[in-house]
Design a binder for this molecule. Structure first.
Ligand code: ADP
Ligand code: MG
Length: 236
């Protein structure tokens, strides 16, 4: 099976960090359509791994190929274009722009990618509708619940039709009901073919939903299991 994501011996050392590497020789292959759960203790390198896969940061050594693109060969502008066009990212604390409405938060990445304003707006409205938050289109994030904010963030992540959706503890700041709703949305997206890489602390979720589980300890893969089989996927 062709791999959508291939990491080979990836190492990441942050500036000024001498004692240990945040990622230390990580090699992973992920096929299109998989749900990969990244697990491990705090500080083990989970966010760093997600960030280098999404082109938000560069590794110190090693190669990362996503959707046929060797990220190490891209210029800064090329990497920004890659992120915008092919990757959607969801964060624990939503990272919405507080001075923009839900609709504008969702529309902006499409406009940055060069979509015509009318088309971007139609697509954003369609996504807000699909995520059950169309009535909130003119609201500002401060007036929304955590679960509503995360749904806006998911719509924003999907606006450019990414081949890859990354989520860094997407339910970490939500009550369990909103968290379940967000996971159900991610499950629905996966069922329609969306590849998903997700940092989570939830063992139950990883066991029931992921086609692949990568456990990090001190920046290295301590355990990796999964055959990529879609039959394992049972988000919600
Ligand atoms: P996790 O998401 O598993 O909690 P991180 O990837 O955030 O782990 O961090 C891995 C290691 O890299 C930790 O030792 C952390 O302190 C360090 N680290 C993360 N981000 C930075 C940064 N921007 N600058 C310096 N060190 C960092
Ligand atoms: Mg983290």
């Amino acid at each position: 099976m062709a791999e959508l994501i291939a990491l080979t011996e990836v190492r990441k050392v942050y500036n000024g960090e001498r004692a240990h590497a945040a990622l230390d020789g990580v090699s992973i292959g992920i096929a299109a359509g998989e749900v990969t759960a990244i697990m491990g203790p705090s500080g083990s390198g989970k966010s760093t791994l997600l960030n280098v896969i999404g082109g938000l940061d560069r590794p110190t050594k090693g190669t990362i190929v996503v959707d046929g693109v060797d990220l190490g060969r891209l210029s800064e502008a090329g990497l920004a274009r890659f992120r915008r066009a092919r990757v959607g990212i969801i964060f624990q604390f939503f990272n919405l722009l507080n001075n923009l409405t839900a609709l504008d938060n969702v529309t902006i990445p499409a406009q940055l990618a060069g979509m015509k304003p009318g088309q971007a707006r139609r697509r954003a409205l369609d996504l807000l509708e699909r995520l059950g938050i169309a009535p909130l289109r003119d609201q500002y994030p401060a007036r929304m619940s955590g679960g509503e904010r995360q749904r806006v963030a998911i719509a924003r992540a999907l606006i450019n039709n990414p081949v890859l959706l990354l989520a860094d503890e997407p339910t970490g700041a939500l009550d369990s009901h909103s968290g379940d709703q967000v996971m159900a949305i991610l499950g629905d997206l996966n069922r329609t073919g969306q590849t998903l890489v997700l940092v989570t602390h939830d063992e139950r979720l990883a066991r029931s939903s992921a086609t692949r589980v990568v456990r990090l300890v001190d920046g290295a893969v301590a355990d990796q299991r999964g055959d990529g089989s879609r039959s394992l996927v049972q988000l919600q």
